[in-house]
Structures are given as structure tokens and as C-alpha cells.
Design a protein around this ligand. Structure first.
Ligand code: NDP
Length: 252
């Protein structure tokens, strides 16, 4: 029970990686507020994980909604120990840049980057009081790309820079770190009626130096450690969890 009596906000905590983080933190004693815009998955998570988990519908790109979630969390738990900025538009492929509408670009930046800024901004007072921590979920796409993934990659590059900038601005009271996941198969952490086994081939697994595609639990375990007192000397850092893919040299 590493997190007994601690209180966290997990954005995008209703599905995928965020849901695995919610489960792990609540399993270890924390109160977790899910801030997500998926009503169905949010209510399903509360039903599945019980009294230590609550859900507030929220679009992280809207400042008034973020403010509301932070206040509701502190009213509920009496304190705030950490924020996991995980909500994101997770599908990076958007087509050729010549056809990329400004509105699409703006939506990616607003959700994936501005959302993390807004959550940090409104959580600071609570986190200062508890000497808390922020974990931002970036992506290995901050440092490498497939074609036609511009706004997603740019938003995740921004998350890495936001992380060190926040860490330097908010220390020593608040630690801020970033996880850059590689390929994580998330379908087992959907709402229960949408859950399915991941469709992965032997090749998908074998191309990873670690021998497999990642799981939401891989990221949840690292996130929990970064939030915990065991990581008390770690701030401003970026942790890659990608089965070794960004270290692998590929010549076709
Ligand atoms: P999922 O789509 O499975 O879950 C993301 C959750 O966030 C969903 O419930 C989604 O709701 C919600 N969400 C999306 N936009 C908003 C918003 N504006 N406000 C509040 N909630 C929102 O994504 P993953 O678990 O795959 O990804 C989680 C994070 O990890 C993302 O930041 C992603 O970029 C990052 N990541 C994921 C990787 C992967 O391989 N899965 C790899 C690298 C990074 P809804 O479903 O209704 O949109």
C-alpha cells in the first residue's frame, strides 16, 4: 500500500495506459480522480475499481473544466499528491502536411500539450502543500517519426520540454518527470464491454529488443515509481519505456 491516503488525478484515466495507472495507484491505497471525456469508460472504471476511484468528465484542453476537476479532487480527498498528464489523442497518423487543416493541428496541440500545462497550472497550489509530483506521458515520437505524424510528434516534443521547464520552475517542492512510451497494446484496458485481446503478430513482438510489445502495466509501474518517495531525487527526467526500439539501428 505505497500510496495509502494519497490523492491523484489521472487525465485520460478511463481507458488504456491511464486506466492501468488508475488501477495500480488505487490498488496500492490511493484515491484517484479520473479526468476524462469518455463518459461510458469513466463510469465503467469507477464500477470496476470501487470507492477509491471517482470520475469527473473533463476536456483537458478547457481551462474551466480542468479547474473544476482539481477543486473536486481536493474537496473529495482533502489533498493532492500527484497529477498524471496522460490524456491525449493517441492516433498519430493524420495524412500529408499539404492537406493538414490548421484546426486539426490545433486540436492535437490543445489536447496533448496545452492540457498538460493547464492541469499543472491549476494543481500547483495543492501539490506545493503536499510536496507532490507530476508525471507527463509523452511518446518516443518526440525523438523519432513515421511520415505524416506532424502534430502528434510536435505535441510530444513539447511535453518533453514542458517537463524540464516545469521541474526547474516548481522545484524543490514539486518533482516533474516524463515517460515516453513506445508501442503499448491498450485494448485490455478499455471499458469492460469494449475489451478485447490485442491482435499482435510474432513479428510485432520479435522486432522489439525486449522481445515483446509493451503493456499498459509497463507504463503504470514506471509511473507509480516516479510518483513515489523512492524517486525523490528524480526530477526533470525523461524515461523511455519502449522495449529498446529507439536504441535499435535499422538498415533496410
Ligand atoms: P487511449 O485512447 O486508450 O486512452 C486515452 C484516454 O484519454 C481516452 O479515454 C480518451 O477518451 C481520453 N481523452 C482523449 N482526449 C481527451 C481530452 N481532451 N480530455 C480528457 N480526456 C481525453 O490512449 P492510450 O492509452 O494509448 O494513450 C495514453 C497516452 O499515452 C497518450 O498521451 C498517448 O499519446 C501516449 N502514448 C501511447 C502509446 C501507445 O502505444 N498506446 C505510445 C506512446 C504514447 P476518448 O477515448 O473518448 O478519446
Amino acid at each position: 500500500m505505497r500510496f495509502a491516503s494519497n490523492v491523484y488525478i489521472v487525465t485520460g484515466g478511463a481507458s488504456g495506459i491511464g486506466r492501468a495507472i488508475t488501477k495500480l495507484l488505487s490498488d496500492e491505497g490511493a484515491l484517484v480522480m479520473i479526468a476524462d471525456h469518455d463518459l461510458h469508460a469513466g463510469h465503467d472504471a469507477v464500477e470496476e475499481y470501487g470507492d477509491r476511484v471517482r470520475f469527473t468528465r473533463c476536456d483537458v484542453a478547457r481551462e474551466n473544466e480542468v479547474k473544476r476537476v482539481v477543486s473536486a479532487t481536493i474537496r473529495w480527498g482533502g489533498r493532492l499528491d500527484g497529477v498524471v498528464n496522460n490524456a491525449g489523442l493517441a492516433n498519430p497518423a493524420i495524412g500529408p502536411i499539404e492537406k493538414l487543416e490548421l484546426s486539426v493541428w490545433n486540436t492535437f496541440i490543445a489536447t496533448n500539450l496545452t492540457g498538460a500545462f493547464l492541469c499543472a497550472k491549476h494543481a500547483i497550489a495543492g501539490l506545493r502543500r503536499s510536496h507532490g509530483a507530476i508525471v507527463n506521458i509523452g511518446s518516443t515520437r518526440a525523438v523519432q517519426s513515421e511520415p505524416e505524424t506532424l502534430p502528434y510528434s510536435a505535441s510530444k516534443g513539447g511535453i518533453a520540454a514542458l517537463t524540464h521547464s516545469l521541474a526547474i520552475s516548481l522545484g524543490p517542492e514539486i518533482r516533474v518527470n516524463c515517460i515516453e512510451p513506445g508501442w503499448i497494446a491498450t485494448s485490455t484496458f478499455a471499458a469492460r464491454d469494449r475489451r478485447k485481446a490485442p491482435k499482435l503478430s510474432k513479428r510485432d513482438h520479435a522486432q522489439h529488443p525486449a522481445g515483446r510489445v509493451g503493456t499498459p502495466e509497463d507504463i503504470a509501474n514506471l509511473c507509480a515509481w516516479l510518483l513515489s518517495a523512492e524517486a525523490g531525487f528524480v526530477t526533470g527526467a525523461v524515461y523511455v519505456s519502449d522495449g529498446g526500439m529507439t536504441r535499435k539501428m535499422i538498415y533496410l
